[in-house]
Design a protein around this ligand. Structure first.
Ligand code: SF4
Length: 318
């Protein structure tokens, strides 16, 4: 384990070998915006404290609730499931893990194996919903704009499955980096409706919508990865073969560049959004209706999943 952490860390922070944690132990991680070194156990404790703070400040989970965790098998959702499972030692609520199989050859199979391994290790019930079964189409079948279609279909399917399982909340593994990127992406697209729906938990749920919560949204991506390593969690580190060309990737490169030059940029973006959101909420009230085709919740006449499915099924895409 140590060699894995030090190897990971050496690529990120070459100064670590010289630094020591406040407890006196040799540091394995240097947090730039704080200018502090952390040993493995102080780092893990600190991540756990921040996670609990996000959960409690935003009232993300309540006693007796049933929480579904969107489990991809990657580092973020692995850390999320582990942290929520630990939280159950202090608060009674039930957990269930839900995975989507988008049908991406050589990528999703491997991560679903890790998801299965983790849920067995933690003793958490695990369900998988596949694109092939639900839509008779897979992400590999789509010829272009994979992420646009895949993202909409996955959200639809995870919500549907969580609803069927009687979940009160759907926890997703969005970290600080994801949240900062989503804020800027919606800003660049001028998408006020989606911009308004960001945050640790949604402004509103609605009939058929399982409210999505983001307990990791104050923890940077590199820290969720290190936490999963420190806690020896099984996760897949492979990258989706379709992710090479999308707006998120460009925004990610831009934000990472700014963070390297101005440490703390990601936190500032998210904090700015949080301060702005109350005035947006006051100005906006969304009506929730149901899709005219599939009956699932939707804010318009036909939901986005049915709209995109119609396009995918046309000869143009298949
Ligand atoms: Fe789907 Fe895009 Fe994510 Fe790949 S990167 S799993 S295509 S949303």
């Amino acid at each position: 384990m140590d060699s894995v952490i030090l190897k990971w860390d050496a690529t990120q922070h070459s100064k670590n070998a010289a630094g020591h944690c406040a407890c006196g132990t040799k540091g394995i991680y240097y947090r730039r915006w704080e200018g502090k070194y952390y040993c493995a156990s102080c780092f893990a404790r600190q991540v756990e404290t921040r996670f609990r703070k996000t959960v409690s400040a935003n009232k993300l989970v309540r006693k007796g609730e049933r929480v579904a965790v969107a489990l991809s098998g990657g580092k973020d959702s692995a850390a999320l499931l582990y942290l929520l499972n630990e939280l159950r030692k202090h608060m009674p609520f039930t957990l269930v893990a839900v995975s989507a199989d988008e049908g991406i050859t050589g990528y999703r199979d491997a991560s679903l194996e890790k998801a299965e391994e983790l849920t067995k290790m933690l003793g958490v019930e695990h369900h998988t919903a596949s694109f092939a079964e639900a839509f008779a189409v897979t992400t590999d079948d789509i010829e272009k704009k994979h992420c646009t279609y895949c993202g909409v279909f996955r959200r639809y399917l995870l919500n549907k499955k969580a609803h069927e399982l009687g979940a009160d909340k759907l926890a997703v593994g969005h970290n600080l980096d994801d949240e900062a990127q989503s804020i800027l992406m919606n800003f660049f697209r001028g998408d006020i409706a989606r911009f308004h729906r960001l945050g640790a938990k949604p402004a509103s749920g609605g009939d058929g919508f399982v409210p999505r919560i983001k307990p990791l949204r104050d923890i940077p991506e590199k820290e969720t990865a290190l936490y999963a390593l420190v806690r020896n969690l099984p996760f897949s580190g492979s990258e989706c073969p379709h992710s090479f060309d999308n707006l998120r990737r460009d925004v990610q490169a831009m934000v990472n560049g700014l963070e390297a030059k101005y440490p703390g940029t990601k936190m500032q973006i998210v904090s700015f959004y949080d301060r702005l959101k109350p005035s947006l909420t006051a100005a906006r009230k969304e009506a929730i209706a149901h899709c005219a085709q599939c009956g699932e919740p939707s804010s318009g006449g036909v939901c986005k999943a049915c709209e995109l499915l119609g396009k995918v099924r046309s000869a143009k895409f298949l």
